[in-house]
Ligand binder design. Structure first.
Ligand code: AMP
Length: 121
């Protein structure tokens, strides 16, 4: 996949379209998925232009990589789905065609608030 600067998450980052924000810092934005697949369905994205996790791990700075990883745990805490203190969640990211990726800007899905179910259908 190539990075399309007009993808929906790029537009959210540029504030051209709204989102239901959960968390934001210098490197990361998190918001509720517009079409939730579970009771809680959050999206966590880096602010940099990375198409998927492989692209991110190859080109992002260590600071960006650490920030994204820590943000997932922070968002889980905010949503009360942490593994340690709450009932846990699933974090996943889709890559390209076989992974079922639709939006070409790296994003992690966080599913929780109920038993998430089978890992792969
Ligand atoms: P993926 O198939 O992994 O690329 O997931 C894309 C996700 O983006 C889907 O779960 C969509 O529901 C979600 N999505 C699409 N547009 C928006 C939007 N404007 N705000 C929040 N989530 C969105």
């Amino acid at each position: 996949m190539i990075y399309d600067k007009n993808n929906i998450f790029a537009k959210i980052l540029r504030k051209e379209i709204p989102c239901k924000k959960i968390f934001e810092n210098e490197h990361v934005l998190s918001f509720h998925d517009i079409n939730p697949q579970k009771k809680i369905h959050a999206i966590v994205i880096p602010k940099g232009k990375y198409v998927d996790l492989d692209d991110f791990n190859q080109r992002a700075t260590d600071k960006e990589i650490v920030a994204l990883s820590k943000a997932i745990t922070e968002v889980a805490k905010i949503l009360s789905i942490s593994a340690g203190t709450d009932k846990g969640y699933r974090a996943l990211t889709n890559l390209n065609e076989h992974g079922g990726q639709e939006v070409p800007h790296l994003h992690f899905h966080l599913f929780g608030g109920e038993i998430v179910g089978k890992m792969v259908e």
